[in-house]
Ligand binder design. Structure first.
Ligand code: 13P
Length: 250
């Protein structure tokens, strides 16, 4: 049975005091864990605090990004080894904001994926089409290419470490959500693409999260779709009550 996951991507929000408060609230809200995994991804500055604060809670911690090199002269960057040394074993890669504002392309991301795998990390790999792609009816091709360019060269065994997150760019932070039917249609396409390239067992086992304006009001309907295995949550993960409501909608 594949895992259900709700992950909160805090992006560049929450200073240390706010992080402490939100984590304390989340530990109370998730005293009884839902039927799935809860992950939070705070800013890198607060990862060490978060990693320690969440010990024993059942809530897991992820980084929002990491560098593809093992170490070296890369001012301002963070390596897989550094993350692992503070107990962070999960990393989000390929977020559309990294692609759009920091020039991360499929080739670079393929390198990051390899480095994360080599370091035994779990990867939440993000991808998704832009509005123009959907309007011109090329969204399936765009998504297939994103998967192909970053993940098609993986060994079959690597898929145990991969979680997919489909985030249509037009639905991120816009209040515009893909309808549950649009999400299901794309998730089913993604699973079929993985099945055709790898095999049915891998396709059945990989968790595919939906991201883009998920809120307590729409989470249940989206998560109820058979190929949607949870969500990657931005804005609504910054508030303990709304993130808990979404987590409990898994
Ligand atoms: P929103 O939930 O704010 O639309 O953000 C989604 C997202 O980008 C999560 O990574």
């Amino acid at each position: 049975m594949r895992k259900k996951i709700v992950a909160g991507n805090w992006k560049m929000n929450k200073n240390l005091t706010e992080t402490k408060n939100l984590l304390a609230d989340l530990k109370v809200k998730f005293e009884h864990m839902p039927n799935g995994e809860i992950i939070v991804a705070p800013t890198s500055v607060n990862l060490q605090y978060t990693s320690e604060a969440l010990k024993g809670s059942g809530i897991k911690v992820a980084a929002q990004n990491m560098h593809q090199a093992e170490s070296g002269a890369f001012t301002g960057e963070i390596s897989a080894d550094m993350l692992k040394s503070i107990g962070v074993n999960i990393v989000i890669l390929g977020h559309s904001e990294r692609r759009a504002y920091f020039g991360e392309n499929d080739t670079l991301l393929a390198g990051k994926v390899q480095t994360a795998l080599k370091n035994d990390m779990t990867i939440i790999f993000c991808f998704g089409e832009e509005l123009e792609d959907r309007k011109s009816d090329t969204h399936f091709t765009v998504v297939e290419n994103q998967l192909k360019n970053a993940l098609f060269t993986l060994e079959a065994s690597a898929w145990k470490q991969i979680v997919l997150a489909y985030e249509p760019v037009w639905a991120i932070g816009t209040g515009e959500t893909a309808s549950p039917e649009q999400a299901q249609e794309m998730h089913a396409f993604i699973r079929t693409t993985i099945k055709n390239k790898f095999n049915a067992a891998i396709a059945e086992e990989v968790s595919i999260l939906y991201g883009g304006s998920v809120k307590p009001a729409n989470a249940q309907e989206i998560f109820a779709k058979p190929d949607v295995d949870g969500g990657l949550i931005g804005g609504a993960s910054l508030d303990a009550a709304s993130f808990a409501a979404i987590g409990n909608a898994m």
